[in-house]
Ligand binder design. Structure first.
Ligand code: ZN
Length: 94
């Protein structure tokens, strides 16, 4: 598979996905993606894109300001990572 921007070679790589929802910044680490070795364009497979969407939607109505989650996204990981975020906020408030 080649990059659709510059036709460069794509390499499988884990990247960090970040989106600002206004009320919440969602950061997803180790997302499986294809990175172009020429222009650094990042693309995701359909499955990964769906997972990211699902994840982001979960935080749309949350009161968490910053969510840092690890891919693969599982219920267990979400709970674990949300606890971490809440702890971080608690520390920050002191
Ligand atoms: Zn490219």
């Amino acid at each position: 598979m080649n990059c659709f921007m510059c036709k460069g070679h794509l390499e499988n790589n884990g990247t960090t996905f970040m989106v600002d929802l206004g009320n919440c910044i969602v950061i997803i680490k180790n997302v499986p993606s294809q990175v172009c070795s020429q222009c650094d364009e990042v693309s995701y497979s359909n499955v990964v894109t769906k997972q990211i969407e699902k994840m982001v939607n979960m935080f749309r109505s949350s009161l968490t300001e910053i969510a840092i989650i690890n891919y693969p996204i599982t219920e267990r990981n979400i709970i674990k990572d949300m606890c971490l975020v809440l702890k971080l906020r608690y520390v920050h408030m002191d």
